[in-house]
Design a protein around this ligand. Structure first.
Ligand SMILES: Nc1ncnc2c1ncn2[C@@H]1O[C@H](COP(=O)(O)OP(=O)(O)OP(=O)(O)O)[C@@H](O)[C@H]1O
Ligand SMILES: [Mg+2]
Length: 221
């Protein structure tokens, strides 16, 4: 059984579903895989990521995570499943500006109703892993882009997710930082046994992945 299976997914928006975004998509993600989704702008890459992670409900088809059909769950159950099993990394980091780096990283533990005091060692370790020990009390505005994305990586990993969804995680970083962030993400996902599904426009990053999914016009090619 795969970690995640998308079966015959169709997604449409608009009046009477006039614009079809995903067309009969079938994709499986295996445990610990690092997959890149590539394709032209508007091909449906972000939409595919939203469907995979339960943030968007398809018009037809099933999304099976660990043997459970997540499209059949209530929205509360879906939210529980997401916070306990999925991590998210975005192009523009999406950190909370009034919280410090450490407080941002700890947020998913709080959302999952975990007692943060039980996790001090783990928090210290992950902050060290992403190289931010001396920056942990700074706010996002006091950090560089590469450092902010390191906070986001730590935040994505803090709940030991089975899978991380990353939408153009290096899209707003320069070349040097992009490579560093990819190396860090690859290393930490391996150590934590976490699969990564990453949308990217950068073919250079594909050398870090185990597989590339090509999307064109709402279809997986
Ligand atoms: N909420 C929405 N309502 C209507 N159309 C939408 C919506 N979200 C996305 N679309 C359309 O779906 C298509 C695919 O969008 P998507 O964001 O998945 O593309 P993408 O491959 O991620 O592109 P990019 O590389 O530019 O990020 C686009 O034509 C877009 O306009
Ligand atoms: Mg996109």
């Amino acid at each position: 059984m795969s970690l995640l299976d998308l079966i015959n997914i169709n997604l449409s928006y608009g009046k009477e579903y006039s614009s079809q975004i995903l067309r009969n998509v079938n994709v499986s993600i295996e445990r610990s895989e690092l997959v890149a989704i590539m394709g032209p702008s508007g091909a449906g890459k972000s939409s595919l990521l939203y469907v995979m992670s339960g943030l968007e409900t398809p018009n037809s088809g099933k999304v099976i995570f660990n043997g459970n059909d997540i499209t059949a769950l209530s929205s509360d159950k879906q939210a529980d499943l997401r916070i306990n099993n999925f991590g998210f990394i975005y192009q523009f980091f999406n950190l909370i500006p009034i919280l410090t780096a450490e407080e941002n990283i700890v947020l998913p533990l709080k959302i999952a109703n975990k007692n943060v005091n039980d996790y001090t060692q783990k928090i210290d370790k992950i902050i060290e892993d992403v190289g931010l020990t001396d920056k942990r009390h700074l706010k996002p505005s006091q950090l560089s882009g590469g450092q902010q994305q390191r906070v986001a990586i730590a935040r994505a990993l803090i709940n030991n997710p089975k899978i991380i969804f990353a939408d153009e995680p290096t899209g707003s970083l320069d070349r040097k930082n992009s490579v560093e962030i990819m190396q860090l993400l690859t290393k930490l996902s391996k150590c934590n046994n976490t699969a990564v599904v990453m949308v990217t426009h950068n073919p250079e990053l594909c050398k870090y992945t185990t597989r590339v999914i090509n999307m064109i016009d709402g279809q997986v090619k």
